[in-house]
Design a protein around this ligand. Structure first.
Ligand code: PRP
Length: 177
């Protein structure tokens, strides 16, 4: 795909690969949490497509909420300053909480979300991320459920954007200027 601004996207992870990975992840999550109360909190905006597909792959009742944070704005690199744009509302004390993220990149948002949600005393707190950068230290930032590890490429699609665009691609693509 090439748009009028001459940006090119090369498919990195296909729609089929994503679909299969999301199904496996959903089954794992259902098995791990059993009948325990579960609240899934999607981190907007990037997680919106992954979240919609993942929750439909988890065959059990659960609560759904969203938090919107921002650290990138319209820039291609993180400002290093995570802020809440919209907080989640559902009370999570004594419920297991699973954060849903499109990508763990530098890990700053991961740190922020864990610190913020832990304050609400959930029964447990874990994260499901479609993408994890290979540079993320998984000992320090354990991503319990993750779909794909990626390198340094700037990626767009399936929720991820470049200056607000390309979130609606059904696959993950490398953004090449
Ligand atoms: C992106 C992405 C993650 C975060 C990961 O959000 O959706 O939330 O960056 O990056 P990090 O690991 O370096 O913190 P962004 O701030 O771009 O907002 P968006 O989801 O609205 O696109």
């Amino acid at each position: 795909m090439q748009d009028r601004n001459e940006y090119k996207q090369r498919v990195l992870i296909s729609e089929k690969q994503i679909r299969e990975s999301v199904q496996v992840m959903g089954q794992r999550i259902a098995a791990d949490y059993g009948e325990e109360p579960l609240t899934i909190i999607g981190c907007l905006k990037g997680s919106f497509i992954f979240m919609a597909d993942l929750v439909r792959a988890i065959p059990r009742s659960l609560h759904i909420d969203f938090i919107e944070v921002s650290s990138y704005g319209n820039d291609l690199s993180s400002s290093g300053n995570v802020r809440i744009v919209k907080d989640f509302k559902h009370p999570v004390q004594d419920s297991h909480v699973l954060i849903v993220e499109d990508i763990v990149d530098t890990g700053l948002t991961f740190d922020f979300l864990f610190e913020h949600i832990q304050l609400k005393k959930p029964a447990s707190l874990e994260i499901a991320a479609l993408l994890v950068r290979s540079t993320v230290d998984l000992q320090k930032r354990p991503v319990k459920y993750h779909g794909f590890t990626i390198g340094e490429e700037f990626v767009v699609g399936y929720g991820l954007d470049a200056a607000g665009l390309y979130r609606n691609l059904d696959h993950v693509a490398v953004f090449e200027q």
